[in-house]
Design a protein around this ligand. Structure first.
Ligand code: UDP
Ligand code: MG
Length: 139
């Protein structure tokens, strides 16, 4: 299992607000190399599958509605210690708890609409990358 890759989504709120460029600048400025990227929109079934681990949680319905309401930017990022370093860069799930300078502190509106996704393990980074990209789309 490789440890130098993670998967991210710039969520619909980031795209709607015109934050794609600014967020990508933060990501590449922190030393992450983009090895796959596209603008895409998740279907209801995509979002239910991607977030299946949360399907018993009270926020699941809202989460699926949010994640399917418009396009996202999906990307695979490469850097040493990618998963952990990217979680540090994005900050806490709730932007109110996120550290100064983190992407969620700067660009997220709320716990529900929190601007970006970051994989939580090397295994999930691999699963999530393969969910969104064919092998020939990852460089
Ligand atoms: N979420 C929410 N309410 C909560 C917890 C999570 O709406 O109480 C949403 C939020 O968009 C979050 C996503 O569900 O990013 C996945 O939750 P997780 O706990 O995996 O947070 P993350 O790994 O994204 O920080
Ligand atoms: Mg998570």
């Amino acid at each position: 299992m490789r440890t130098d890759r993670t998967f991210t989504m710039l969520k619909p709120d980031s795209v709607e607000k015109g934050y794609i460029g600014a967020i990508l600048e933060k990501i590449t400025g922190a030393g992450f190399k983009i090895v796959a990227m596209k603008l895409t929109q998740m279907t209801q079934s995509d979002a239910e599958t991607f977030y299946a681990v949360h399907n018993e949680r009270p926020f699941f319905g809202e989460l699926v509605e949010y994640m399917t309401r418009g396009p996202i930017v999906a990307a695979v990022l490469e850097k040493e210690n990618a998963v952990q370093d990217f979680r540090t860069l994005i900050g806490a799930t709730n932007p109110a708890d996120a550290a100064e300078g983190t992407i969620r502190k700067m660009y997220a509106a709320s716990m529900g609409e929190n601007a970006v996704h970051g994989s939580d393990s090397d295994e999930n980074a691999e699963i999530e990358s393969q969910f969104h990209f064919a092998g020939r789309e990852i460089f």
